[in-house]
Write a protein that binds this ligand. Sequence first.
Ligand code: ATP
Ligand code: FE
Length: 374
Amino acid sequence: VLVLGIETSCDDTGAAVVTTDGRILGEAIASQAELLGQWGGVVPKLASEEHRKFIDKVIADALHNAGVQESDLSAVAVTIGPGLSLCLHIGVRKARIIAKNHRLPLIGVHHMEAHALVARLTEKQVEFPFLVLLVSGGHNLLLLAESVGQYVQLGTTVDDAIGEAYDKTARLLGLDMRKGGGPALEELAREGDPKAIKFSVPMRGPKYLDCNFSYAGLKNQVRMAIESRNINGDQVPLSVASAEERKIRADIAASFQRVAVQHLEDKCRRAIEWARKLAPSLSSLVVSGGVASNQTVRGKLGALASELDLQLVCPPPRLCTDNGVMVAWAGVEHFRLGMYEEPPDADEPDDVRLDLRPRWQLGDIYEEGQSEAR
Ligand code: ATP
Ligand code: FE
């Protein structure tokens, strides 16, 4: 059984063909990193035009790499949210056309569920229930995954996500944004002293007893540290900074990273406690999303997991960032359980029942104390 997955929720156009027993037959991706570097962020209209330009080729490449044709497919899965409507629309429309032409079931996928479930593709021993930390440019979520389609949200960010803080800091430090701010900052941090600057860890103290995150304050602390040292990344990119200034920037990068990751560790520690009340058999901590490819994140959370008797599971970096494979796999997980939409009728226009969900929360929010009531 073959499922085609299509992802266009943000700035990557991805497609893949995955089998129900978890083999990735073919995948393809077109990334807009260049555009991002140029504009300093995602511009919905431009991103949507890029998706429109690449979608056919990306799907054709994924099918070609898999050695299959549209008519060999068993179902089509596509991200329907959360994300930018203009962008989601491109993928969903294509998915509907393919499903209609070949009378295939359609599976509308939640982007964050796909990020979470892909861990079960790469590590077969990840069983429900498991705890997930999703860390990317737009999300900072702690979820208890109870089963396919069933999640409890333990925490989220009250302002920015950690990836956004990485990107912002990287830009202020004049790093090359073409490969993404996160990877560039991680690289520079290796040259720095993580204890050089004392940034304070967000949300510590008796007032904060939840599993939520906040990165806006840290972002601000870093901006002030950069300004007070007269660093102007805009005018002086790192590549032309003096050795002395490079060291200062590296110290800032390393100090930021230490505190940013410490905040993740603090909240994961508490979330494990909460999750164990709801699900005593918990055995895995899954970390996914773009920031999960960071080595310091993996190292710190790996140590926490082993201290608390959990196995840490991080998908390989290419499956941590947005991709078609995770959508195809989320499709497989739903398809196996009969969770899909009947094929569109042959006379149905391609644009009807698009059913986009640009804002879509995954699961119910956990309130402490609820565990006793359950
Ligand atoms: P969404 O939140 O909707 O999933 P996104 O496009 O931000 O959107 P991803 O592609 O999963 O999602 O993640 C990109 C983010 O991950 C960027 O903020 C990027 O800087 C960050 N990132 C990628 N690699 C690293 C790394 N090695 N260290 C730190 N951050 C990283
Ligand atoms: Fe994503």
